[in-house]
Design a binder for this molecule. Structure first.
Ligand code: SF4
Length: 178
């Protein structure tokens, strides 16, 4: 195979990625990707950064925030991935966004959010998973534990599910029993 034969598909992949990124950033296809439960909700924020200092220091970038007719807000996180599921890390991410939006804006955010999985090839919505978010106390506990692990004041635990280990970057260095 010649180097130009490799170069053309690589360029095509890059162009498709840039187009998808542009479309996502500008809300193109936002209607098609939103959860059915939010069909009548009002889109109020897209890819917006929120920062708070209290009750914990947080910087959180939301993908989408919608307002329901009753006034409260709902968070949606977009994930381009081949596995059609929501992970615990998505829930922590959305919970941090909830705390940041509530403390910065003073508005109420619903205790459930959505993880919308986009197909890596087509960029289309595969499914929106409704997830229960952590309350503020639970989120603070997670943040304090993370800090304690980073400062070596406590030991990390193994992942609950061995399936999480399959794609883990630390797999080669982890001493988890087989
Ligand atoms: S390989 Fe080790 S560090 Fe990685 S997810 Fe599994 S238990 Fe955690």
């Amino acid at each position: 195979m010649t180097s130009s034969a490799v170069y053309v598909p690589a360029s095509l992949v890059l162009v498709l990625w840039l187009v998808r990124r542009w479309r996502r950033r500008h809300g193109y296809g936002e209607r098609a990707s939103r959860p059915r439960e939010l069909a009548n909700a009002e889109l109020i924020y897209m890819e917006k950064l929120f920062r708070i200092e209290e009750p914990i220091r947080l910087v959180a970038k939301v993908d989408r925030v919608y307002r329901l007719s009753r006034g409260s807000l709902v968070l949606v996180e977009l994930k381009t991935r081949s596995s059609n599921r929501a992970y615990p890390s998505d829930i922590i991410q959305l919970s941090a966004q909830k705390a940041a939006v509530e403390h910065q804006t003073g508005e109420a955010v619903e205790p459930v959010g959505f993880v919308t999985v986009l197909d890596p090839t087509s960029g289309r919505r595969r499914q929106s998973h409704q997830v229960q978010l952590l309350d503020e106390g639970q989120l603070i506990e997670v943040a304090q534990r993370r800090r304690a692990i980073l400062e070596r004041r406590t030991d990390p635990a193994y992942a609950h599910s061995v399936r999480a280990c399959a794609g883990c970057a630390f797999h080669g260095r982890c001493d988890r029993p087989a």
